[in-house]
Design a protein around this ligand. Structure first.
Ligand code: PMP
Length: 397
């Protein structure tokens, strides 16, 4: 890229790269297309299909002519259903092209250059890049496994400065599965009450995939609602990653600023996909519980297998569909200095794609997604075990 004449990246995106997860998945797809036998447990995408009644609703909407530009903030029907479920007014809801766009809208609409966004690590890879894209400064707070990968009230308070604009929190968390309990959230809210310059973004996209009772920040701290943005979407719970519908619930002034950004970039989200999302939210919900039980049994199997591998320690997460094992002892025994190198060799030598912890701001770990069939999970775990017990780093030129 550097050598292309007359091409220059904007300052704002100097350090921005294509997500490490996407790069790894693309490399795995390339090796597979070349005929290699590859197992990929690298993507956070349910292996279930979108429910048929949701697909039918999209079909009907398209046939009924709902194919014109939708309102910028979302169709009234979908915004009203989201508002009704959250117990707020329509003015507090924006529908966007995935939860990812909600995050981007929020940062672009509020950050001035150099303003700080606190994020506990490990965090979903895009958090820091979205902040950089909006000219903000990510302030990464490592939260080790000893704290259950949780941000504590003390750590949060110590990181707040006059330039802090946001706290960005994800519960249940990608990649650790950490689920913030009511007590955890209360302790954080107590700190946040003292710093009125800090806005609070809580990404609850895995709320339906919680194996313990889920608590929303909105119910714990209603007094902070004027500076809280709750983010959610249909991608994970309803197996609708490709439909690209997410939403934000926040104060009307913030929603309207985010709408201004959205209106000058993508406009309203796909009208047909919004009809599908409405059917998902207002239709039968029982299958969510069935799917969650499938994920829970996969989780238990994966955690047990990982803990039986030499040099691997894996805590049992309470939510989402990822595990984040600590592989530092396995790396040391096998002569690996970085988890990124470990994952490169894992893919090249035994054909298994996993994401290095570095991508989530915490090296020495791996992220394994168990949103895959049991057969694929077993094949992947066999490969990981073989790699850890038999393989040394390949010589690099
Ligand atoms: N937040 C988190 C924590 C995620 O893991 C993801 C998807 N990997 C998103 C947001 C984005 O979801 P969407 O498909 O709605 O853009």
């Amino acid at each position: 890229m550097q050598n292309v004449p007359n091409f220059r990246r904007a300052q704002r995106i100097q350090s921005l790269e294509i997500s490490e997860i996407v790069q790894l998945s693309e490399r795995a797809a390339y090796l597979r297309a070349e005929g290699q036998d590859i197992v990929a447990l690298s993507t956070g995408e349910p292996d279930f299909p979108t429910p048929p009644h949701v697909v039918a609703a999209a079909h009907s909407a398209a046939l009924a002519g709902k194919t014109k530009y939708p309102a910028t903030l979302g169709t009234p029907e979908l915004r009203d259903e989201i508002a009704r479920q959250a117990g707020v007014s329509r003015a507090r809801v924006i529908v966007s092209t995935g939860a990812k766009q909600v995050l981007a809208n929020a940062m672009l609409a509020t950050l001035d250059p150099g303003e700080e966004v606190i994020m506990p690590a490990p965090f979903w890879t895009s958090y820091s890049d979205i902040v950089l894209l909006a000219s903000g400064t990510p302030v990464v707070l490592p939260c080790p496994v000893e704290d259950g990968f949780r941000l504590t009230a003390e750590r949060l308070e110590a990181a707040i400065t006059p330039r802090t604009r946001w706290l960005m929190l994800n519960s249940p968390c990608n990649p650790t599965g950490t689920n913030y309990s009511e007590a955890d959230l209360r302790a954080l809210a107590e700190v946040l009450r003292r710093y009125s310059q800090v806005q609070i973004l809580i990404d609850e996209i895995y709320d339906q995939l919680s194996y313990v009772p889920f608590t929303s920040f909105a119910t714990v701290a209603p007094d902070l609602s004027e500076r809280t943005l709750i983010v959610n979407g249909v991608s994970k719970a309803y197996a609708m990653t490709g439909w690209r519908i997410g939403w934000g619930i926040g104060p009307a002034a913030m929603i309207s600023a985010m709408g201004a950004v959205q209106g000058q970039s993508t406009s309203g989200a796909s009208s047909v996909a919004q009809a599908a999302a409405l059917a998902a939210l207002s239709g039968p919900q029982e299958f969510l519980l069935e799917r969650r039980e499938v994920f829970r049994s996969r989780r238990d199997m994966v955690v047990a297998r990982l803990n039986a591998m030499p040099g691997v320690t894996c805590s049992r997460p309470d939510g989402a569909f990822y595990v984040f094992p600590d592989i530092r002892r396995a790396m040391a025994t096998n002569g690996f200095e970085s988890c990124a190198r470990f994952c490169e060799d894992l893919l090249e030598q035994v054909g298994l794609a996993l994401v290095p912890g570095r991508a989530f701001g915490m090296p020495g770990h791996l992220r394994l997604s168990y949103a895959y069939s049991e057969a694929e999970l077993l094949a992947g775990l066999d490969r990981l075990e073989r790699f850890i017990t038999h393989v040394r780093p390949a010589a690099q030129e």
